[in-house]
Structure formats: structure tokens, C-alpha cells
Ligand binder design. Sequence first.
Ligand code: NAD
Length: 255
Amino acid sequence: MNDRVVLVTGGLGGIGSAIAKRFAADGFRVALNDVADDATGNAAAEALGPACGYFRGDLTAEDGPAAVVAAVKSRFGRLDVLVNNAGIQRVSPVVEFDTADWGRVLALNLSAAFAATKAALPGMTAAGWGRIINIASAHGLVASPFKAAYVAAKHGLVGFTKTVALEVAEMGVTANAICPGYVRTALVERQIEDSAAAHHMSREQVVRDVILAAQPTRRFIEPEEVASLAAYLATDAARSITGAAIAIDGGWTAR
Ligand code: NAD
């Protein structure tokens, strides 16, 4: 058991819940944020352990991220690791891309990470130790068709991560972006459906010819693999890794 506190946004989702479980196993007190009702969120937090809690909040609301960070600090007295994980995807050609959807993707995948980081950093720099871990994507490094908002937001998140890293480099705080390839979560399941429509393919063809074709390993990445990398970035051994965009993508971006 260590005394440290981690906040995982989107902590009830596929990757977020794996990260939360891993940090709980490593002895952190875990604060889960998501949009689900309190009963669902509290049950997930209780399953992680008695020192964990649920902080319901829509991070696309103007004061959403700052309010969640403030609530975590008020309950636990500190916040040492922020995992900006909440994200959504929309799949559509640019010329048909719904403008409101563009705004939603940018608001959650990019602006919420900015606002949460802004709220979390002062406590970390004052303590002389902290970790900002942004769950970006292989789409933060390379593009694919029909994902304009997501690719723009994730490239933006990688740039934001680098900027934060430089600003706090001498203060014991690191900021890194994890860039996963395809992980089979609810986000990807929905995307298979939407990509099938956009590419005029069947679901099976999308999995074989679009998704797994991108990853030389020809397999999905497990949420626990992403969680292990996040857990490592939160250790003291990783103190010199900062401003990095680390691919965990089965070789996708090696091409
Ligand atoms: P997921 O849909 O399983 O989980 C996302 C979680 O975010 C959900 O629990 C959802 O309720 C929550 N959420 C949605 N809107 C929210 C809001 N306004 N405020 C707070 N929480 C909100 O998706 P996932 O695959 O676990 O994705 C997690 C992160 O990993 C995302 O940032 C995603 O872009 C990134 N990512 C996923 C993959 C993949 O293949 N699954 C690959 C690369 C990157």
C-alpha cells in the first residue's frame, strides 16, 4: 500500500477499468470518473477496494474536469497521478462529418484533458512529484480515413502532452502519452459497425481488412497491456520518461 492517489477518467470503460484495477493492485487509492449513475460507479469503486471512490462527472461540461479534480482532492487530500483516459470516437467522411460530433470529440478527447491537467498540476508541482498519463492513440501518430475529429484530437493530445512535460520537467512531474492500437472495447465494437457502413464492408471484413490489417501482430491489444504501461509510467523508475508518445500498437506505426 502506498499513499498515492490516482484519478482515472472514463474509469468504467474497457481500458479505464483495466488501468484502475492495476493501480489498485499496486496499492494506489483509485478515484474513478465516468458518466454512469452513482450506483454503478460506486459498485465499481467498491470492487477495487475500500480506499477507492467514484466521482461522477461529464468532462465535456465547462467546469466538469476541474470539479472532478477538486472533489478527488477534497476526499483524498491529494492527487498524484492523473490518467486522462475518457474518449469517444465518431466515424464518417469529412464532407459528411456532423459538426456537433466534431465538437464532442474535441471536447472530450482533447479539451477535457487540458482542463483536468490544469486543475491537477499545481498540487503535483507543489508536492514535487506527479504523473500525467494521457491515453492518446496510434491515431495520435498516424491517420486513418473517416476519423478526422479523433485523429485531430489525438494528435493534439500528443502535442499537449509534450508541452506539459516541458513546463514541469524540473518539478518532479512527468507527462506522457500512451498510443495504443486497437483494443477490443465498447469503443471499438461501435467503430466496427460505423466503419462497416463507411467502407461498405461487413463487420468481419472490417475486423480482418481494416482493423487487424493495421497491426502486424494480427491481434487485438489487451486492456491489461495498456494498464501495465500506465502503471510503469507511474513508478519512480520512469522518472526520466517525459514528453514521450509511446506506441503500444502491435507494430502499426513501425510501417
Ligand atoms: P470505452 O468506450 O470502453 O470507455 C470510455 C469511457 O469513457 C466509458 O466508460 C464512457 O462512459 C466514458 N465517457 C464517455 N464520455 C464521457 C464524459 N463526457 N465524461 C466522462 N467519461 C466519459 O473506450 P476505451 O476503448 O476503453 O477507450 C479509452 C481511451 O482509450 C479513449 O481515450 C480512447 O480514445 C483510447 N483508445 C482506445 C483504443 C481502442 O482500440 N479501444 C485505441 C487507442 C486509444
